[in-house]
Ligand binder design. Structure first.
Ligand code: ADP
Ligand code: MG
Length: 383
């Protein structure tokens, strides 16, 4: 296929309007594009800074028709945009990544099936459509984690289940929704690869990030990961292989477990990834600029990190002080001269809601980590 470049000042369409979409809007603006955001949330933080916020449902035909007519290319920041919406738009406008790639990542069972069919390492699992599937599951899957196959994120729709009885109770709790039962692996640590791939198959990986979760939500990303070079290299190879097999165009996040020294693919995100936020401050090019470049047919830029970095997520929890609700004292962070604070402009803080993040950058990785942990404690993030 010959490469087509989206000319400036074209309009780019973004499905989803959270912080990932907001950074895409900024990156696209810097490159000279306009952006329209479709998001059913009236308070969409990407919609606020876009040329236009189409405040409509993801299956609203009138809004989709308008987008298809006015936008030169359409991309997404949210993996749960219905695949039918992507297919519908694709009849009249390029949609990147394509519905086929996104839909693999929308369902934990199709994701695991994809990994299995392509010889990629994944953990043991069983599909759970009914209680009988739990009765028939291998004993090796316990203790396990029961997860709903669709719409789970940040540890939501998951339950650790010690035995079959607990799995049945959790399955009932999920109201009989289709689930996947995964063996609970012993994790040495977790890493992720964020990459961008263009229409011609050129691929650029950002340095591997090491990720620490707290209550199922990403807390800290350390980049580059402290993993051995051979682990980092294999993770990048697997991620590139996944992107190629998906025929992927755009920015892709791939999460890995390292269990007993072995790499296991956990899950894929067909969009920029929270663990790639460090690229905004520590790399030559951010994951969002790379997404804009990939979907517009511009050459991908250098993904090299110029600094060691540690990113810390800021959740809404720190707005709450006992019964009081108040803005955190950001001066506690501004005192660190190598700390970059990012606030997403969400109108209301809630516990567990991602409100922003900060990234500490520097030459000495150990010092960067120490500073980030001190800053994290200073702003009141609990351990
Ligand atoms: P989400 O869509 O919420 O990110 P994940 O499947 O990535 O869902 O699970 C969130 C976190 O829960 C993982 O990053 C990991 O820390 C833990 N986890 C998930 N699955 C397993 C597993 N099979 N074994 C051990 N830990 C797991
Ligand atoms: Mg995950």
């Amino acid at each position: 296929m010959s490469k087509h470049t989206t000319q400036r000042p074209a309009i780019l369409g973004m499905l989803g309007g959270g912080q990932l979409g907001r950074y895409f809007v900024t990156a696209a603006h810097e490159l000279g594009y306009q952006v329209w955001v479709l998001d059913p949330d009236a308070h969409s933080i990407a919609g606020q800074i876009a040329e236009r916020h189409l405040h409509a449902a993801y299956d609203d035909r009138a809004a989709l028709d308008e987008m298809a007519r006015e936008c030169s290319v359409i991309t997404t920041e949210f993996e749960n945009v219905p695949a039918e919406t992507l297919d519908y738009l694709a009849k009249s406008v390029p949609v990147r990544p394509a519905a086929a790639a996104v839909s693999v990542c929308q369902n934990r069972l199709s994701e695991k099936g994809f990994l299995r069919d392509n010889g990629l390492p994944h953990g043991p699992y069983a599909a759970v459509h009914s209680e009988a599937d739990i009765a028939a599951a291998g004993a090796d899957l316990f203790p396990g984690i029961l997860k709903v196959v669709r719409f789970g994120y940040d540890g939501k729709g998951q339950a650790v289940v010690e035995d079959r009885e607990a799995a049945v109770a959790a399955f009932r709790n999920f109201k009989g929704e289709t689930c996947i039962l995964e063996k609970k692996l012993t994790l040495d640590y977790e890493i992720s690869v964020v990459l961008a791939r263009d229409e011609e198959g050129n691929t650029r990986c950002f340095p591997v990030s090491e990720n620490i979760h707290r209550r199922g939500i990403l807390d800290i990303s350390i980049a580059p990961a402290r993993a051995a070079q051979c682990i980092r290299d294999s993770a990048m190879e697997y991620a590139e292989h996944i992107a190629a097999k998906l025929g992927y165009i755009g920015t892709l996040g791939v999460e890995f477990f390292v269990s007993h020294g072995q790499l296991v693919v956990n899950e894929m995100a067909p969009r920029p990834h929270n663990s790639g936020h460090y690229t905004l401050d520590a790399c030559v090019t951010s994951q969002f600029e790379q997404q804009a470049r990939a979907v517009c047919g511009l050459p991908l830029a250098e993904a090299r990190a110029h600094s060691a970095s540690v990113m810390v997520n800021i959740l809404g929890d720190i707005w709450f002080d006992g019964d009081a609700y108040r803005e955190p004292d950001w001066n506690l962070l501004h005192q660190y001269p190598n700390l970059k604070l990012h606030l997403y402009g969400k109108h209301e803080a809630r516990k567990g809601r991602k409100m922003g993040h900060f990234t500490v950058i520097g030459e000495d990785a150990a010092k960067v980590l120490d500073t980030a942990m001190a800053a994290r404690a200073a702003i009141g993030i609990a351990d």
